[in-house]
Design a binder for this molecule. Structure first.
Ligand SMILES: CC[C@@H](NC(=O)c1cc2[nH]nc(NC(=O)c3ccc(N4CCN(C)CC4)cc3)c2s1)c1ccccc1
Length: 272
């Protein structure tokens, strides 16, 4: 039977991150000694921003997603002031920090992450879940270095140096920027952005102002720096994802079969 959790079932550890709507702590379930991440969301914030229905929908989606590259939501409970989400703990933290530390990833590492993301998104699309907010701040690494999409769609002032606000624009597909209806294909666009960012250390349409970023996205103003030098196949994949016409973007299936992924991604362990 579904047992009801309460805060007394957990020992709370250090804070992991903080956001507009709440904070995340590492915590341990006392009986099983199982380490989890406990996300605490303030009910008054839910009322104030009128988003309790959005939270419920996100939670219903998240609790139904069971994939090795999507962070698990094991359950939830609440008390008078808070909603608590019991989340999988990703022991190696934010992929974004790893990217900052290393500047950019190797083609093998980048291809492995893109393959994991593509499989996770194919799983989401199968369950009619789209638009996972897959910017680097929402990507975590577990104890084996396996990528996990941590995603409740809340904007967070993450501790990271990058200003989440301007970072946010970089990942928006043209149809989002132009307020057109968007479908699964926005995720394919975002995979192109992330692939570029994994290989160069910065997203392709970064600009001084938000307006300039919008312009560069709308015009798909894509160019490849001469350093670090990346393979023709990598550029081919990025170019076939960053296509303005969403119906012309490479499908998730075709990404998995792309020569750059075939030749560079680690198809065994880590991704599975
Ligand atoms: C994605 C943002 C979102 N975060 C989650 O839901 C999150 C869910 C979740 N599960 N596990 C996490 N792990 C960590 O955050 C973490 C961070 C650093 C770590 N290390 C530091 C470096 N060291 C060398 C190794 C250990 C280890 C784990 C997080 S964050 C959020 C949303 C709202 C409010 C706050 C956070």
């Amino acid at each position: 039977a579904k047992r009801d959790w309460s805060i007394n079932d957990f020992e709370i550890g250090k804070p992991l991150g903080r956001g507009k709507f709440g904070r995340v702590y590492v915590a341990r379930e006392i009986k099983s000694k199982y380490v989890i991440a406990l996300k605490v969301i303030f009910k008054e914030q839910l009322e104030k921003y009128k988003i309790h229905h959005q939270l419920r929908r996100e939670m219903e989606i998240q609790i139904s997603l069971k994939h090795p590259n999507i962070l698990r939501l094991y359950g939830w409970f609440d008390d008078a002031e808070h909603v608590f989400l019991i989340l999988e703990y990703a022991h190696n933290g934010e992929l974004y920090k790893e990217l900052c530390k290393r500047g950019h990833f190797s083609e093998r590492q980048a291809a492995t992450y893109i393959l994991c993301l593509t499989k996770a998104l194919a799983y989401c699309h199968e369950k009619h879940v789209i638009h996972r907010d897959i910017k680097p701040e929402n990507l975590l690494l577990d104890h084996e270095g396996r990528l996990k999409i941590a995603d409740f769609g809340w904007s967070v002032q993450s501790k990271s140096k990058r200003q989440t606000m301007c970072g946010t624009l970089d990942y928006l597909a043209p149809e989002m920027v132009e307020n057109k209806s968007h479908d699964h294909a926005v995720d394919n666009w975002t995979l192109g952005i992330l692939c570029y960012e994994f290989l160069y250390g910065a997203p392709p349409f970064e600009a001084e102002s938000q307006e300039d970023t919008f312009k560069r996205i709308r015009n798909v103003d894509l160019n490849f720096p001469h350093a670090p030098l990346i393979s023709k196949n990598a550029k081919n994949l990025i170019t076939r994802l960053l296509v303005k016409d969403s119906s012309k973007r490479l499908s998730l299936q075709k990404i998995m079969e792309h020569p750059w992924i075939k030749e560079n991604a680690n198809h065994m362990g880590v991704c599975q």
